[in-house]
Ligand binder design. Structure first.
Ligand SMILES: Nc1ncnc2c1ncn2[C@@H]1O[C@H](COP(=O)(O)OP(=O)(O)OP(=O)(O)O)[C@@H](O)[C@H]1O
Length: 262
């Protein structure tokens, strides 16, 4: 019975702690973090600057080790870089000399494994992110939002088990950022990948997520775990729902408690 329950847990963190050793002494980035994320859930992480959100994400991806505690993906402990995690960062990090399609194919090309099947997959992802007409363009010919849509298609090209996104929209202007949030919700509905999304935007977190975790000030722990009740597919009109505003005020108060802002 226990094994059956475990298979529903896509990601677990048990007493995860991270201390960076620096020339000026140890920096405790994450004090003790515990959570379980069910397969297919979209979970956002909010928290003050420097509280360890990116560190936590890098540990889930296996790009940073934990100082103590354990992270599991689908029941297996993370002990090195996870090839099965699609990642997105604030900077889309596209290769300027490659076309949009070849940027999407890059993770497969790196393994020397491009096939007609992977090409078809990359092409269908470009249709999904509404960039089919731009497949032969270079990144410099695209807007910031379009570049992040290329990065999203690239993150999905290996059909990863999980999607890890670290503030992917924070460098975009407010209107593009809203549009990207709506596009991500729509795209996520078709893939239903287990996703972790780091953001400083409370509204973005509520709109996109099944759950929102709030991390406290460094050295951090998780101080809130809030379930978002809205049905999917999500429509921008939920932002006018009184429950949306209640959640917003609740999360804002909890972040302000941790930063000391009244
Ligand atoms: N490679 C590193 N070496 C040493 N210290 C680090 C390293 N990476 C992060 N830190 C420190 O760990 C703490 C947490 O950093 P982290 O980037 O994880 O926070 P964050 O919540 O993602 O911040 P932000 O919201 O500003 O992006 C910070 O004090 C940071 O300076």
């Amino acid at each position: 019975m226990l094994a059956q329950v475990e298979t529903f847990k896509a990601i677990t963190a048990a007493r995860v702690r991270k201390v960076y050793e620096t020339p000026s002494g140890p920096v405790e980035a994450v004090a003790e973090v515990d959570f379980e994320i069910a397969r297919g859930d979209f979970v956002s992480i909010l928290g003050p600057s420097g509280c360890g959100k990116s560190t936590l994400m890098l540990m889930i991806a296996g790009l940073e080790s934990t100082t103590s505690g354990a992270i599991t993906l689908d029941g297996l402990q993370v002990s090195g870089p996870q090839t099965d995690a699609g990642m997105m960062f604030q900077d889309p990090t596209l290769l300027p000399w490659r076309s949009v399609l070849d940027n999407v194919l890059f993770p497969i090309d790196m393994r020397g494994a491009v096939s007609s099947e992977s090409r078809t997959r990359a092409e269908s992802l470009l249709r999904m992110v509404d960039l089919w007409a731009f497949r032969d363009k270079r990144p410099r010919e695209l807007s910031g939002g379009m570049r992040q849509r290329v990065a999203l298609a690239r993150a999905l090209v290996n059909d990863p088990r999980i999607l890890l996104m670290d503030e992917p929209f924070s460098a975009l202007d407010a209107i593009t950022r809203d549009e990207m949030g709506y596009a991500l919700a729509r795209i996520w509905d078709t893939t239903r990948k287990t996703a972790i999304f780091i953001t400083h935007s409370i509204r973005e977190a509520i709109f996109l997520s099944d759950r929102v975790l709030v991390m406290g000030r460094r050295p951090s722990t998780i101080i809130e775990d809030v379930r978002i009740p809205f049905e999917r597919p999500r429509d921008p009109s939920i932002e006018a729902d009184p429950r949306f505003n209640e959640l917003y005020l609740h999360l804002k108060a909890s972040i302000h408690r941790t930063t000391g802002v009244q």
